[in-house]
Design a protein around this ligand. Structure first.
Ligand code: PLP
Length: 466
């Protein structure tokens, strides 16, 4: 056990944060970097291993945020580093838009193979999530010859113009940036905890599907003009919301009835985070069990036409991509789309190892340790009135804080205060939605680390809700 391992430092007294070196860098940052980047609390990273990180003043933290659900294999995973070193010794980049490299082809093969069903799939690699969303909506419009896109309230798809036009998470993200890309319509997400207009939770799936097919299609969005419906199978920035049962399947059926493409944004929920390679696979296997549509499609009924990935794919290296049915992707002629860094060999070397590690065990770890963490958080819910809901899948768990369990009024100020308090207690957490603390740690989290996180979380709750 190293001197600065978590166990040895666990009982050690913590210094007040931020320390002097962190403060200095924090001030330099404020002077020169755009204020558009929020600084949720003054953590300045020095290094990290697995789920542990250290700041520049030498203080240790348990990382339950993983760089916003990015560092899937944990900080400094030796196999990912080794793969990158090996590639560094050969070459870094050779324009994937113009030339072939083995790392890029291998990533694409692995992503194509990860899709369920018997269809053939093709891949376009990107540098980020937002760039993947742009590619997906360009492809959908190009392939269908239609312009309209249906997205969902509460969704987050990125910050570039196309993706921002789909995003409907916080109005500050749009303020001052109009006009947005035309042809986007927003529907209600089947949120079972805070249902649209307070309808009964057991009616939310049908009501939200009917709103699209009866109201929107009948009034503002002719289905023959709609290219795609795009959604996160589990909403991320919107509050870690698992939609109510049958929602994805119902959307698949609407798309099939009207020749619309279904796009899943798996940027946050994908690459093993929920315990399966893709978040939507839970719906294929659980929610739709017994549904005639899924049965007839050989249990791949909720499968999308285009899937967008990023974040966890590179475990910190900037890489994303879209995976589309070959019949759709092949409508793009040479030159229809491109990107200088698409298929960057170094990023692809990392992604290849990440996919192997995730499929080779880390997604199972997400299931098991996620269940342990969920159990502990539900225990806290049973003891603290301020926790209204604990939800999620695998290691994508949201804890929703409320002022009143009956009205479910979000406890925004307290949720924000909890981030700062947890930071003081040596744990990195982030909020999402109105008042949800999200747990999206590296997928290498151990049960001992989950227990440590629960301990620190309870101390944080006590401090904020005293
Ligand atoms: N889609 C989802 C679901 C996301 O959570 C994010 C980022 O948080 C994005 C897209 C945008 O990804 P990026 O920040 O890599 O552009």
């Amino acid at each position: 056990m190293t001197q600065d391992s978590g166990v040895l430092l666990r009982g050690a007294e913590r210094l007040p944060v931020p320390g002097p070196l962190s403060t200095e860098l924090y001030n330099r940052d404020a002077a020169v970097l755009s204020g558009s980047m929020g600084r949720v609390y003054p953590f300045v990273m020095e290094r990290g291993v697995g789920c542990e990180v250290w700041d520049v003043d030498g203080q240790r933290y348990l990382d339950m945020a993983a760089g916003i659900a990015v560092v899937s294999t944990g900080h400094s995973h030796p196999q990912v580093l080794q793969a990158m070193h090996n590639q560094l010794n050969k070459f870094v980049h050779m324009a994937g838009t113009d030339f072939v490299n083995e790392q890029m082809v291998t990533v694409a093969e692995k992503l194509a193979r990860s899709m369920p069903g018997t269809d053939q799939w093709q891949v376009f690699l990107t540098n980020s999530g937002t760039e993947g969303i742009e590619a997906a909506i360009k492809l959908a419009r190009h392939a269908t010859g239609r312009q309209g896109i249906i997205s969902f309230l509460g969704s987050f798809h990125g910050r570039s113009y196309g993706s921002m036009s789909l995003t409907a998470s916080k109005s500050t993200q749009r303020k001052g940036h109009f006009p947005l890309v035309p042809g986007v319509f927003h529907a209600f997400y089947a949120n079972p905890y805070r249902t649209p207009f307070g309808i009964a939770p057991d009616q939310v799936t049908q009501a939200t599907l009917d709103y699209i097919e009866k109201t929107m299609f009948g009034t503002i969005a002719p289905p023959s003009d709609i290219a795609a419906i795009i959604l996160e199978p589990i909403q991320g920035e919107g509050g870690y919301i698992v939609p109510s049962q049958g929602f994805l399947c119902g959307l698949r059926q609407i798309c099939d009835r009207h020749g619309i493409l279904l796009i899943y944004d798996e940027v946050q929920s994908g690459v093993g985070r929920t315990g399966k390679m893709w978040g939507f696979e839970h719906d294929v296997e659980q929610n739709c069990a017994g549904c005639s549509h899924c049965k007839s499609l050989n249990r791949s009924g909720c499968t999308p036409d285009i899937l967008v990935t990023a974040k966890g794919l590179g475990a910190g290296m900037p890489i994303g991509g879209i995976v589309a049915r070959k019949s759709i992707m092949e409508r793009w002629a040479e030159g229809s789309h491109g990107s200088t860094y698409a298929g960057n060999a170094l990023a692809c070397a990392a992604a290849n190892t990440v996919i192997d590690l995730v499929q080779g065990g880390l997604m199972n770890n997400a299931t098991h340790v996620g269940a342990h963490l969920m159990h502990g958080l539900r225990d806290l819910q049973s003891r603290y009135e301020c926790i209204g809901d604990v939800r999620g899948r695998g290691l994508m768990i949201g804890v929703d804080f409320v002022l009143d369990r009956n009205t479910r009024e979000p406890a925004r100020a307290q949720a924000n205060a909890m981030m700062e308090e947890a930071f003081k207690r040596g744990m990195l957490i982030l909020t999402c939605g109105y008042s949800t603390i999200r747990f999206c740690p590296p997928l290498v989290l151990t049960t001992a680390e989950a227990d440590e996180a629960l301990e620190r979380f309870e101390a944080t709750i006590k401090a904020v809700w005293k």
